[in-house]
Design a protein around this ligand. Structure first.
Ligand code: AMP
Length: 461
């Protein structure tokens, strides 16, 4: 199937051609005819499936053919709003469609002036849009098509009430389209409230979440090894652009500084940065001026950058949906991608929960670094210091007693070789292997059992 079959305005088809879209993606094939017919729609799809063009093309086609005058797209974050409006601009520019982005943190004047001047497409975040309606600044802005993009994110970010309030200002005779990666109960209720007899289209099968074009791996490491592990991975993986996800803003700052100090082209992105800085950083990353984006979940929601070959989870995310969102930054538009997660043994259970809930196929990985290091990585002076500093244990004395039949020299040589081998192998390998992980997990579970038992004992006493 080609885009010519949709009966789009010729100038819109020019935009599609220049964007390099050869064939409609699965969601586009299903969604475009529904929107063309003027029906309401619930679309369940992740970013990366081509959903922006799925709603954007038929919406702009109606504007180009003068069937409607105005459309509104509501997105959860400023970054996503900018991204959607960029995509709409690129696809619609030959039809002369004017798009503006409306979000908080910047002045009101220009946004109000442009909307009232008659811009055709407004892409907005909920807070600022609600403000503008409430203050009576855009009373004449009556969109005939409204798109709610990433509705589940809006729910997570606490925007549901704002969305409902916005709909009080919008005329009833409209076409409403709601897109969401997941369908939690409040989103189902919202769609019953604001949509009329919607068609339901879903391209989120298991195949999408377990996305076989994204190779998902995890390394089990010691907590203290995180920085070293990420650096080793950045050095050994074949990476174009990558995103490293952290849980906290200060972790983003710290890791960015650390990577910069090591000579990597890294930039940090989180919600505490000024809007202008966030835009500059995303732009620089898009252009390839920086190659590594260290980010929190919120800052990078919906981020669509070409050639992100790797997503790293420096820490596993708090919930399974974030995992899906994070790894969806790679493997976009049919390209292969890699998602690599670092976990400590303490986090292992969390990882299993995510794995089960999203049905993801993650494989345990270890990285042999022996090709890169000298044969003997142990420096003798350090080893001598370590040997002298160690306290002799009773177990060691018993063990030597049990070996008394062996020649003393041979015995010592064997023990030192054993020590060197174990040092070399731990220094030449990133991540614990399956047997080690299993025994660590069972040790951890045993410790937990004992702790629980002691707690119960204490309680009874
Ligand atoms: P989205 O899911 O809207 O975030 O889109 C993901 C990426 O796929 C964007 O970079 C789009 O420009 C691109 N894209 C959308 N539709 C197509 C298509 N039919 N063929 C190739 N790339 C596409």
């Amino acid at each position: 199937m080609t885009f010519n079959e949709f009966n789009f305005h010729k100038d819109l088809l020019k935009g599609v051609k220049i964007a390099g879209f050869k064939e409609p993606s699965p969601i586009q094939k299903e969604v475009i005819p529904v929107i063309e017919k003027g029906e309401d729609l619930v679309g369940q799809a992740h970013t990366g499936t081509g959903k922006t063009a799925a709603f954007g093309l038929p919406m702009m086609n109606k504007i180009a053919k003068k069937e409607i005058e105005r459309a509104l797209v509501i997105t959860p974050t400023r970054e996503l709003a900018t991204q959607v409006s960029d995509e709409l601009y690129h696809l619609g520019r030959f039809c002369g469609i004017h798009t503006i982005t409306v979000y908080g943190g910047v002045g009101y004047g220009r946004q109000i002036a442009l909307i009232n001047k008659g811009v055709q497409v407004v892409v907005a975040t909920p807070g600022r849009l609600k403000d503008l309606y409430k203050k009576g600044k855009i009373d004449n802005f009556n969109p005939e098509i409204i798109v709610l993009d990433e509705a589940d994110e809006m729910l997570d970010m606490g925007f549901l009430e704002e969305i409902k309030e916005i709909f009080e200002y919008i005329p009833q005779n409209r076409q409403t389209l709601l897109f969401s990666a997941t369908m939690p109960e409040p989103i189902k209720e919202l769609s019953q409230e604001i949509l009329t007899n919607p068609q339901f289209v879903s391209v989120v099968g298991e195949a999408d979440v377990t996305n076989n074009i994204i190779d998902q791996k995890y390394y089990v490491i010691e907590e203290a090894q995180r920085d070293e592990a990420i650096v080793k991975l950045l050095e050994t993986e074949k990476i174009d652009k990558s995103i490293i996800f952290c849980r906290m803003k200060r972790e983003v700052d710290r890791l960015t500084d650390h990577l910069k100090a090591m000579g990597f082209l890294a930039e940090g992105l989180h919600g505490d940065l000024e809007q202008s800085d966030r835009e500059r950083i995303v732009k620089g990353y898009r252009r390839g001026e920086s190659k590594i984006m260290v980010a929190t979940d919120v800052a990078s929601r919906g981020l669509d950058v070409k050639n992100v070959t790797h997503v790293f989870n420096f820490h596993i995310p708090f919930d399974p949906q974030s995992y899906v969102h994070r790894i969806g930054r790679t493997g976009r538009a049919g390209k292969a991608g890699k998602a690599i997660t670092l976990v400590s043994t303490l986090e292992f259970k969390e990882l299993q929960r995510i794995q089960k809930e999203v049905g993801a196929e993650m494989t345990l990985a270890t990285l042999s670094l022996s090709g890169e290091t000298e044969e003997s990585v142990v420096d003798f002076a350090t080893l001598q210091g370590e040997v002298e500093a160690v306290e002799i244990s009773d177990k060691a004395i018993d063990f030597i007693d049990s070996m008394e039949e062996m020649d003393y020299h041979e015995f010592v040589e064997r023990v030192v070789t054993l020590l060197l081998n174990s040092k070399n192998s731990s220094e030449n390998c990133l991540g614990f292997d399956e047997n080690t992980v299993n025994s660590m997990i069972s040790n951890y579970q045993d410790e937990q059992k004992v702790a629980r038992k002691n707690k119960r004992k204490k309680k009874r006493a």
